[in-house]
Design a protein around this ligand. Structure first.
Ligand code: ADP
Length: 881
């Protein structure tokens, strides 16, 4: 049983839910036992042993002054760390946990990206969500309703990617919800007091924080379901208060957003489109490609826009008009971006001022940023920008208050203040009369000292006499040993050095005391004045947040305008009908690295146009995926208000973008691709509506050919007949192209390739109609599959084609190579016979090799596996001979 200090540690640890406890002991914070082991390993700290009650305990410590960076490092790795400070009581000390730093409540993280604390609460068919970024005070809530609410909640959670999630009473028991959250987002999951989610308690918390204003916010969420959102929001605030990080006052407002006004885009789609990260980790995401922002806040906002495209025309139109004007005004835009380059993160400054971690340098940056506002407004003073929403962002701000705060800060703070706030030197003397007085007296005393050496030399006739100061001796007079004989009687020796003696005099002693007193008084006064100043900034948190957000938005818009100009993007027409018409469209990321061949796309172009479902065929690697993703990205960019990579585009707004593409990363996670593929397909078939855009890149590939074709076939029929979504479907099953003849709204397009003798050139252009070739053998050649195999494959293919032709002739349907497979899907029993016929062909081993070769996705197979595979084919073909 641990005793003494170790016992106290374990008793405190017992009482907290935190993962780790840092307990103050004098000048150190100590961790004991398992905590010490974890901290030692995570932070590479030395772990020692301490015995207590006859047992050995591990122990690791960090000096007080270094706690903050160590805490941040632990919390950023997902740990919740309780801090027990030591406070004097009676003759001794007590230690109490008065704050817990958690991943969702970390005020000063290393990166500049948003960090959300999320709460999620389910009540029947309703789910309430709240997202709070304590580093900026951003606070939003939403309500979802219906049987799909938990699934939609996952989508919302993925959009915000919180670092910490507090699931409410029901959701914390919901294993499948929690598993999905861990798989897709992996936040720290904290089981917070269920009481905090109770309606009455949450309402009370919200009212405490926002006063009467809360009445206006609450109904903004769906009046029927607003309550769950409010409960989630209340719990988040409650938690923030309970952790004691002291940042509550920076949460100045709560927004209610309606997920219905956003474009549904599940986690898979966001990943497939490589919006904010690439699937492989290499290359560039869409965000990285279009991000030309100059401020951290602008970059945060751009990310938020990209992951939350909108269905609200008014807002999108406003953004478009701003980008339009900004892209037309190169000079003004450059000037604005130059100014933005000097702007600090006002939202974060507000949080730091509120929780009292802002130092003087932070306040100086606040002042400098506020002082940029007039210059920013005048940079936007051109004729075209005058009326633009870009300028309105700034003119709507409270410039008077901003200027007044900037002036106060400027009058108070020196230009380049020191990093510590307790040792003076922060403030201008003129800022405060008492301070000025102290500084004057101090200067006078120091002046007296400066003249002292000279005066004493004169009085004593000792030439080698100097006055200096150090920490152990304080101020002293130093005289070279050779001249110590002449030292006057009132000199009092204090130290003997090798070549010199040190003395003090009563007058020097007195001055020293005075200087120390003045310095202390000055430090104290400056600290006091500084904290008042910081409190003034904290009081202005809401103002700083508003300005910070406006500046961020200006930055985001300028960045998008810059990209549009540099890459020749155009303003898309946002249409209320369903049209999707893209002229010479490009893929925003791929166009950066290759000579891009632009392509047109048109679906659902109006009455009488039955074209809603495009079957995209073409050889492997020809550009099918790129073509489809570019369509999805153009729609998405249009629905964040951005310009798009095309010569012209009309985009009928969609309510959701759904994709399923080769699930590389899922494979890496060891989940069966076919299962994942089917889950994704199932989600799409359930969730998509006729206003959605669906992108399917190969369906049914993860299973046997006939299985695969059957599933793809049925999915196409369902999407076409039941869902009616605008769909692009790339497939290597040529058999499916026959669907165009059966289903009125299905049309074939293919990516053209040119075959010349033995070689094939990908033209990258998308043309009408179906292809009849997959060029799989050519791709195999390109990949370096040995000649004997590809030559043999060509022979086999030739033979199969001949047989198919004979078969087709037999059924009286000449020249329709897909016919025999199509027959399988006719309802009669004939299909079964046909299938048997096919599998009864001679040389099944060769056919199997060929099937595998054609089915092999060269792009997704590692070279080593490719080699192994080829060797195996060779062996099997050898056996066959
Ligand atoms: P598929 O889906 O048909 O296998 P991808 O879309 O993956 O083919 O394209 C393969 C490669 O071809 C891409 O990595 C890209 O570099 C290039 N590519 C695709 N489309 C184009 C295009 N329109 N212009 C130029 N290069 C393209």
């Amino acid at each position: 049983m641990a005793e003494g200090i170790v016992g106290e540690f374990f008793a405190l640890k017992e009482a907290t839910q935190a993962d780790l406890l840092a307990m103050q002991m004098g000048d150190f914070y100590e961790f004991f036992g398992e905590d010490a082991e974890i901290v030692g390993e995570t932070l590479d700290l030395k772990v020692s042993k301490r015995s207590s009650g006859g047992e050995q305990y591990s122990m690791a410590g960090v000096p007080i002054a270094e706690l903050a960076p160590y805490l941040n490092a632990l919390v950023e790795r997902g740990f919740r760390v309780a801090v027990a400070d030591q406070q004097p009581e009676g003759d001794g000390f007590v230690r109490r946990i008065d704050r817990v730093v958690t991943p969702g409540t970390l005020v000063d993280p290393t990166g500049a990206s948003a960090r959300y604390l999320a709460t999620a609460l389910q009540d029947g068919e309703e789910v309430g969500l709240a997202f709070l970024d304590v580093t900026t005070g951003e606070f939003q809530m939403a309500a979802l309703t219906g049987p799909d609410a938990p699934e939609q909640a996952l989508t919302e959670l993925y959009r915000f990617t919180p670092t910490e999630l507090l699931p409410g009473p029901a959701l914390r028991e919901d294993e499948s919800f929690l598993r999905a959250v861990r798989d897709r987002i992996d936040p720290t999951i904290t089981e917070f007091d269920v009481e905090a989610f109770a309606p009455g308690r949450a309402r009370h918390t919200l009212r405490e924080q926002f006063g009467e204003a809360i009445e206006e916010i609450q109904p903004a969420a769906d009046p029927q379901t607003g309550e769950v959102a409010g409960r989630a929001a209340g719990a988040a605030l409650d938690y923030l208060e309970r952790t004691g990080v002291g940042v509550l006052a920076s949460v100045t407002r709560l927004g209610a957003y309606d997920p219905e006004t956003q474009v549904t885009m599940d986690a898979t789609t966001q990943r497939n489109l490589e919006l904010v990260e690439t699937m492989t980790g290499g290359g560039q995401s869409v965000l990285e490609t279009v991000d030309h922002t100059r401020t951290a806040a602008g970059a945060r906002l751009l990310r938020a826009w990209l992951t939350r495209p909108l269905q609200r025309r008014g807002e999108l139109d406003r953004r478009q008009r701003a980008i339009d004007a900004l892209s037309a005004e190169a000079l003004a835009r450059d000037r604005v971006r130059e100014l933005l380059g000097e702007a600090a993160d006002l939202e974060r400054i507000a949080s730091k001022a509120v929780n009292e971690t802002a130092d003087a340098a932070v306040l100086v940056r606040c002042q400098e940023t506020l002082a940029l506002l007039p210059a920013l407004v005048s940079a936007l003073d051109t004729e075209r920008l005058q009326q633009s929403p870009a300028r309105a962002l700034l003119t709507e701000l409270d410039h008077e208050r901003a200027a007044a705060l900037a002036e106060t800060l400027e009058t108070a703070l020196v230009e380049d203040p020191p990093a510590t706030v307790r040792e003076g030197g922060l403030l201008r003397p003129a800022y405060d009369a008492e301070l000025a007085e102290l500084i004057e007296q101090h200067e006078e005393a120091v002046g007296w000292l400066e003249g002292l050496a000279e005066r004493e030399q004169e009085a004593t006739g000792i030439g080698r006499l100097s006055v200096d100061r150090n920490t152990t001796d304080g101020y002293y007079i130093q005289i070279s040993k050779r001249q110590t004989d002449d030292v006057p009687a009132h000199y009092e020796g204090i130290k003997t050095l090798k070549n010199a003696e040190r003395y003090v005099t009563p007058a020097l002693r007195e001055r020293e005391r005075e200087i120390l007193r003045l310095e202390e008084a000055r430090n104290e006064l400056e600290y006091e004045l500084f904290t008042e100043l910081r409190a003034q900034v904290a009081q202005a948190a809401a103002l700083l947040q508003t300005i910070g957000r406006a500046v961020a938005e200006l930055d985001t818009l300028c960045g998008l305008a810059t990209h549009a100009v540099e890459q020749n993007w155009v303003r898309p027409t946002l249409s209320t009908d369903e049209r999707l018409q893209i002229e010479a469209g490009r893929h925003p990321v791929v166009e950066q690295t290759v000579e891009f061949v632009p392509n047109d796309l048109s679906v659902a172009t109006g009455a009488g146009d039955e074209r809603r479902f495009l079957l995209v065929t073409g050889p492997n690697m020809s550009g099918k995926s790129t073509y489809m993703r570019q369509a999805a990205l153009i729609v998405l960019l249009a629905q964040i208000g951005s310009f798009v990579p095309a010569r012209a585009a009309v985009v009928g707004m969609v309510d959701g973008i759904y994709t399923r593409v080769g699930a590389l990363d899922e494979l890496a996670q060891g989940r069966s691709t076919f299962m994942v593929e089917m889950q994704e397909l199932s989600n799409i078939l359930h969730d998509a509506t006729e206003d959605s855009l669906v992108i399917l890149d190969e369906v049914g590939r993860g299973t046997a050919t006939y299985d695969g074709i059957s599933i793809a076939w049925a999915a196409t029929e369902y999407l076409h007949n039941q869902v009616g979504a605008k769909t692009l479907f790339a497939t290597h099953y040529h058999e499916l192209t026959a669907l165009a003849a059966e289903l009125p709204r299905v049309q074939n397009v293919h990516v053209a390739a040119e075959e010349q003798g033995d070689s094939v050139t990908f033209l990258r252009s998308v043309v009408e109609g179906a292809t009849d070739r997959s060029y799989g053998i050519h791709v195999a050649e390109l990949a370096g599959v040995p000649d004997p195999v590809t030559m043999r494959a060509s022979e086999v293919l030739e033979r199969l084609r001949d047989e198919q032709a004979i078969e087709a002739k037999g059924s009286g349907d000449q020249g329709q190579p897909t016919r025999s497979v199509q027959a399988v899907f006719d309802l009669g029993g004939g299909g079964v016979e046909k299938r048997e016929e096919r599998s009864a062909r001679p040389d099944p081993a060769v056919e199997a090799v060929l099937d595998e070769l054609q089915g092999l996705d060269v792009a997704e197979t590692r070279p080593v596996e490719l080699l192994g595979q080829v060797e195996e084919w060779q062996r099997r073909l050898e056996e066959e001979r």
